[in-house]
Write a protein that binds this ligand. Sequence first.
Ligand code: SF4
Length: 427
Amino acid sequence: MLDQLTSAVSPDVRGLLEKALEKRELTAKDAERLLTVHGLDFHALIAAADFASREDCGDDVTYVVCRNINFTNVCYVGCSFCGFARHKDDAAEAFDRTHAEILAKCEDAVRRGATEVCIQGGIHPNKDHTHYRDILRAVKSAYPDLHIHAYSPEEIDFGHKKSGMKLSEYLQWLVDAGLGTMPGTAAEILDDEVRDILSPKKLKTARWIEIIKAAHQIGLRSTSTLMYGHIEKPHHIAAHLDILREIQKETGGFTEFVPLGFIHERNLLYNLLGSRPGPSMEEDLRIIAVSRLFLRPWIKNVQVSWVKMGHKLGQMALSAGANDFGGTLMEESISRESGADFGENTPAEEFRRLIRELGRVPVERTTLYGVVQRFEDPALDPPSREPQKAVELSGPARWRKAIDEASTGRPGSGATALPSAPLSAPL
Ligand code: SF4
């Protein structure tokens, strides 16, 4: 019966999956074909990518304990997919964090076990290159052991133009001030026709590549990303993956690839320009799977964005080619302001539970994928470092607690401690 199932996979898809599993490179055309599969072909793609992921990374699933810090939401670039940016005179909603506020967030991050802070902000018209350097210096002098993952290529482009330095000198200047790695965001789709619709004022494809390569060449590593589910077509995604793979062959500087599904609720791209309302579940999983097969062996780590997908789809993606659950984040504004509703914080213990539910082994990692700790035995897990919130009981739990306290005579017990509703209230 199973043979019948596998023999019903389309011959061309079967050929492409075998090619990837034999570790022969897929072409962009191959990736484009795999990005359109449905039905049995889809299931075969997912199974092949899961197999490849376990071959490349084993059963471990990694995560990093980190905190996001957005230092300003003032930005005039005007990306149509952004719900985060504000005008600087928007008294109610614009913010521009002081060093003291940024350091307070770092303090909170360290207390909760973070090894990394991810610092990004809007392109504030009144700032210059020194602003970026000064944030790094302030954080590094207070928390020398904290890894600073900061500044997208768009921010680097802005700061570099203000600095008057050569690009490599500017990047080194930031590294000397404490920059550890860079987010490879602002990539969206590396195709200028698409970029001109998404964000006409943002840096172009060639400049994104120039900045990333210059960073890698001085030893400053970065992530790589893609934003999908809006106006792009499968050939754009395939070409984007091809650009990333070529950069990696040349520099080896990418730590991971992170596909980011478009969040559509609160931005112009969907509401005014009529894009698709984000990816379907199939699309989310197809992109994870195709990334694994297309990027191997050049980019080993494929990350799930739980902020975009949620925990359950994130778990599925970890069985479809991904091997990393991303970061705890602790605070997240960019996706939330566009309408994402999967929360801002996934505590480390929650990652470990979600990973174990898949029969996999949770591993806390550093930004550069060094192992902090492998959590093989749940009995040896450390206590939570999250601030403990008082639990408000309601409904049946509240009644059971009150009855229990009344019958045992422990503090809070007795008739006066009972809720004032009748005991015949439905439990
Ligand atoms: S995505 Fe970034 S660069 Fe674009 S408008 Fe929003 S904050 Fe500015």
